[in-house]
Design a protein around this ligand. Sequence first.
Ligand code: DGT
Ligand code: MG
Length: 372
Amino acid sequence: QQGDPVEAPAFLAASYACQRNTPQPGHNTLLTAALSVLAESAELNGDEGRGLAFRRSEGLLRSLDRRVQGLAELRGLPCLGDHSRRVIQDLLENGVSSEVEETKSSPRYKAMKLLTGIFGVGVKTAKRWFTEGICSLAQLETSGHSLNAAQQAGVCYYTDLNQPVSREEADAVSVMVEGVVHSVLPGARVTLAGGFRRGKMSGHDVDFLITHPDEGKEEGLIHKIIACLESRGLLLYQQNTRNTYRESAKGAGRPSSSMDRFERCFSIFKLTNDSSYTADNGTGSGGRPWRAVRVDLVVSPISQFAFALLGWTGSKLFERETRRWAVRERSMSLSSHALYDRNQERYLRASSEEEIFAHLGLEYVSPTGRNA
Ligand code: DGT
Ligand code: MG
């Protein structure tokens, strides 16, 4: 049987991740975890192109409906470059990839992972610190660098924030957020987005989208929510931005930058180990009766809600691929605010994610299938 090539079903040959159903966690976790390390290493080196190539390979493997046992089974499949195929071959033949093992144990990768694991620290800052010889929190502390407020919170709650958030904890945060939102604006709607909406059992944060069925009622809402959270002692840190999005004749929905422009709050919640919260790991580091959890709150006008929901559900690769599909295959610009048709020179409205997929000429993929 060895060497007998297995024909890939046609749907698996789709080259855009947004054309595929990708459930969680997939049948090839050994391979996808390895490619994810190489992608992350490239991203931490600032090599976006190389990172994306590994992410695409990883995404393709995640979507396969069976466990790959031989390289021949991957013949003819897109997204798998020579480098990825070499790594996959190594893993299939030896159970490990020397390149992945070397990457994981390299001082640079370890330091960059640790430093970018601090909330508020991006790749650029981490790189600068690493070149100064900073590889640990202790070295950062004695370096004399002054940290901004986000980074100070990041160092302070480092252990908690690097411990995955469980589904139970996300549900407990949902209860807190819904209580606060409904008390400051009755009728407002709170939707869990991000990885938890895709059915993941854990995540690095909890993402929420908030809207109100009457357009305009959501304006300024983020400040009311923050004030209420603070008065209840639920916030350890927050940084908010106001909505700066405006449509323009040239299609301001264009993703000229990956950041969107909603009213938004990056925060750290204080999740207390009380009756509404029953997770096993119910304490923070140091045995506190609470733990710190990263929470993102995004407020969207109802007219943009479908786009915001699609944009904030992820995965990151699924989002990138949907936008790439829109531009390359449909001459459209998709963002978390809008969809602009460059040929017709007009915005296409949508009140559901299904309508957006239809505008794009894509088959609908449910949130649990977007784990590319
Ligand atoms: P996680 O939290 O690591 O378990 O995984 P996710 O998939 O929840 O990732 P997360 O929380 O970083 O982001 C959720 C989705 O939200 C992601 O697919 C892309 C989107 N997103 C995150 N940050 C931004 C942003 O600044 N602008 C826009 N437009 N989208 C963002
Ligand atoms: Mg998330």
